[in-house]
Design a protein around this ligand. Sequence first.
Ligand code: NAI
Ligand code: PYR
Ligand code: MG
Length: 549
Amino acid sequence: MTDIKDTTLRGVNLLRNPWFNKSSAFTEKERDELGLRGLLPPRVSTFDEQVTRLKGIIDTYEKPINKYIVLEGAHNSDECLYFELLVRYIDQFLPIVYTPTVGQACLQYSHIFRYARGLYVSSEDKGRVRQLVANVPHKDVDIIVVTDGQRILGLGDLGVNGMGIPVGKLALYTACAGVNPQKTLPVCIDVGTNNEELLNDPLYMGLRQKRITGPEYDALIAEFVDAVRERWPNVVIQFEDFHNSHAYDLLDQYKDKVPCFNDDIQGTASVVVTGMFSAMRALKQQLKDQKVLFLGAGSAATGIAHLIADAMVEEGLTREEALARIKLFDSKGLVTKKRTAPLTPAKMPFAAEDAPAETFLEAIREIKPTAIIGVSAQGGAFTKECLEEMAKINERPIIFALSNPTSKAECTAEEAYTYTDGRCLFACGSPFKPVEYKGKTFVPRQGNNHYVFPGIGLGAIFSRAKLIPNEVFLVAAKVLADMVKPEDLERGSLYPALSEVREISAEIGAAVAGYIFDKNLAEIEKPADLKKAVKDAMWDPKHAHFIQE
Ligand SMILES: NC(=O)C1=CN([C@@H]2O[C@H](COP(=O)(O)OP(=O)(O)OC[C@H]3O[C@@H](n4cnc5c(N)ncnc54)[C@H](O)[C@@H]3O)[C@@H](O)[C@H]2O)C=CC1
Ligand SMILES: CC(=O)C(=O)O
Ligand SMILES: [Mg+2]
């Protein structure tokens, strides 16, 4: 037997270490030689038996949040077992460790907290972030997901409670793309919170202060980026769920210096462009002929809008023509050049000359979009009237209700199919069950960055990318689109089944790595068979052997 794990841990310390613990699966010989004899029930379990046992425990809980708590228990006691469960039952457990339940977990984070995981950097740590980073037990870290908790899904400012998101995203890196969990690090930057409810919650675990911002904030982030790069020079940094007021600034500041990306701006754009490509296949139309109206004009909307424009330009439009086909409607109405407050550089290119509409419904009537894309965190904002209007204007309207968690979705799948008389092409941010409408079963799938960020990160890690160019997000969108089968489209699915996600991530990983190699942005030699090399590099959840049997 090869691959013998080397650890100095013995006895109970081994059982308490989630990277090495096999619990009841430690073999007779391991129990003898590692000081475990007597610390476990006598019969050795198989891995399958352990999976069955854990699944059985989780299945006894009805409330998703309780399933989350039990799953996190497993995450923190035996990572292999946790990830095997996720991989085997991805459809069942993704909605628990990710949206929507992770949203609930973040809301309650300081009340359900049991195990510390990852790295917390607070504004009180200014000047000593290197010491904090030195305390991290990981030898190597390939990828960090970092948030400051200010825009957690569509739930707003959750301060340090936002740590649930980096933890969940990194769980997907391992389950969906085979990134070694021992080389992943969730990070929460705590600069305070402006959420009064949390500030008044006696159990809240973050700093009890209003958020710091400005130069002090920038300096803390810079100190953090420098410290992690000093210890792990190739580490990929994924910025996640930062408020719009910081998201673009951070990306602009670091994208040409370190291998990083903003998942909400760039990962989301990639997955939504895939959804549009699939819709084009179903409609037998081209992207360059669409008119897209967004509800929301923040990080996600502008990221998507720019990548859709890029894809339209690839189809032959000039940039000006492409931009003119896209409009944004935000909390102040249609984004126009007539606004008194200056528009952000991300919004500016899409600004209409004038505001012919006060409400979103009026905007639909006026602009006559072929697609509406909701990234506004306004649950129910795609009203019956909006959906009916879209169905009046279009034979097959494109309706993407992408806000998370489910409570923030602009409409449900059922509403979308019902109010468009079963004619719409629909995608959602959080999962919805299949919908029966007039004898047909529609299977809505998620236009959620989870289809792409694990593969993009995998490609960047594999190639030891120096930088992550924006073009890879269109590369990933095309790879994912190619994996959508005619049978998927038949059922109204604009994305492949989640059960294929490891294959999807391997394909995206290879394509992204290929792009990075070709642009001379890789720090290693390109292997002859890149796809095989990427696949071979993926980590599988299998318990280690500690002793030659
Ligand atoms: N499906 C997916 O993969 C992703 C979904 N999202 C979701 O998109 C939502 C927005 O995320 P971000 O763009 O990062 O947030 P953001 O805060 O940057 O943008 C929100 C936008 O919604 C607008 N808005 C607020 N109230 C509105 C109203 N009543 N009517 C019209 N517009 C309104 C705001 O003006 C702003 O432009 C969140 O719910 C998030 O969960 C974000 C990233 C990925
Ligand atoms: C999916 C995601 O990244 C978000 O809702 O923020
Ligand atoms: Mg996000």
